[in-house]
Design a protein around this ligand. Structure first.
Ligand code: PLP
Length: 394
């Protein structure tokens, strides 16, 4: 006998992974230059040179020490550097004992959901959403309540949101810039969200935490600002990762920040640490605690993402696709040209070798996700295929 839930998770189809694997097989058949793989969100720009140089230096200077266990919450000097950087950027006064270093944003989220979830609790998520939220929330024994975003803008549908909050709501998850829509919430949107949460927390007599999942915080384009969420809503907990901003997804490094102002901050922080312990994370990778804390003011060169976004948005619109312009991240979430996004994605794949993830997996059928963290040249070569795909529906 094994756990049916775990077996289910271990064997469930991942459409994105399948597309990615299909892309490799297809490339061997017809040549990599003829396959247009927009399926996966692996950063296509390298980490800044300083990241590798710092890693090499640390490995050379501290060949033994650098591989040692650290404190469970992360090495004190690394946490100091991270909070110093946050304080410089956001004018805050966080202390290192409010930061818990993790194995990337996925672990940050798991620690927070497990820390907060009590029997019967619910977490609100806005769709389209990062599909792992459901796995993480249910894994913590809580229920995910899905609220569809406004379809024209992918911004929050506040009426639907208000209706979804009840006495069981423990937290609300936001992800801005967003995977898969690329949408960034404005300060005004966050203020409105914060005002509703403040009122609902008062009405239900307990805090409703805002869990801000921010792996794309630094990946934003000209003229777009990503507000610092804890300055807008007091009960905000930040889940961060260096997977995207420093192009280090395989190194597994990020953090949870529990600001002082958060209700029961000491208990929340202790529970985050307890969750990390019970999930067996032990400590975040010691080498990359040091490397990222020494490089945390840097960001990979994201100019190519912006170039790719501009190229795709203008070209696809010209061809008749309906596209909401993303303010950040490296995803585009156009409407499909038929209501069935699985059929659309399948046609794009089979007839045009365009690999795009169907929107249903992100809780938003009728769309596909295009990951444009790819070479611009591939996008240029793919445009005739997108055009032919559009024409095949005329
Ligand atoms: N949250 C969102 C919205 C993501 O897109 C991802 C990864 O793609 C994660 C969390 C997990 O990131 P990490 O690699 O830091 O675990």
């Amino acid at each position: 006998m094994v756990s049916e839930r775990m077996k289910g998770l271990g064997t469930a189809r991942s459409v994105i992974r399948e597309l990615f694997e299909y892309g490799k097989v297809r490339a061997a058949q017809i040549g990599a230059e003829n396959v247009f793989d927009f399926s996966i969100g692996n950063p296509s720009v390298p980490a800044p040179a300083a990241v590798n140089q710092t890693a090499v230096r640390l490995l050379t200077e501290q060949p033994d020490l650098i591989h040692a266990y650290t404190s469970a919450q992360g090495a004190a000097d690394a946490r100091e550097r991270f909070v110093d950087s946050l304080n410089r950027r956001f004018g805050s006064s966080y202390t290192a004992d409010r930061l818990y270093l993790t194995v990337g944003a996925a672990a940050s989220l798991c620690c927070v959901f497990n820390a907060l979830a009590c029997p019967g609790d619910e977490f609100v998520v806005f769709s389209p959403y990062f599909p792992e939220y459901k796995v993480f929330i249910e894994g913590a024994g809580a229920k995910m309540t899905l609220v569809p975003a406004e379809i024209e803008t992918f911004q929050i549908d506040f009426d639907a949101f208000e209706r979804s909050v009840n006495q069981h709501t423990k937290g609300v998850v936001i992800n801005t810039p967003n995977n898969p829509s690329g949408v960034v919430y404005s300060k005004k949107t966050l203020e409105q969200l914060g005002a509703i949460l403040t009122e609902k927390s008062r009405a239900y007599g307990h805090p409703i935490y805002l869990i801000s999942d921010e792996p794309y915080r630094e990946i934003v384009y000209a003229g777009v600002e990503v507000p610092w969420v804890p300055h807008i809503y007091r009960d905000a907990i930040v889940c961060y990762s260096f997977s995207k901003s420093l192009s280090l997804p395989g190194e597994r490094i990020g953090y949870v920040l529990v600001p002082d102002d958060v209700t029961d901050a000491d208990d929340v922080y202790a529970a985050v640490a307890g969750a990390g312990r019970s999930l067996g994370y032990v400590n975040a990778p010691s080498l990359f605690q040091q490397v990222t804390s020494l490089c945390c003011d840097l960001t990979s060169d994201i100019r190519v993402y912006e170039e790719n976004r501009n190229l795709l948005v203008s070209s696809l619109r010209e061809m008749g696709y309906h596209v909401v312009e993303p303010g950040g991240a490296f995803y585009l979430f156009p409407r499909t040209l038929e209501p069935d996004d699985l059929a659309f994605s399948e046609r794009a794949k089979k007839e045009f070798d365009l690999l795009m993830a169907p929107g249903a997996g992100f809780g938003a059928p009728g769309h596909v996700r295009i990951s444009y963290c790819v070479q611009t040249d591939m996008i240029l070569r793919s445009l005739p295929k997108f055009k032919a795909l559009a024409e095949s529906y005329q």
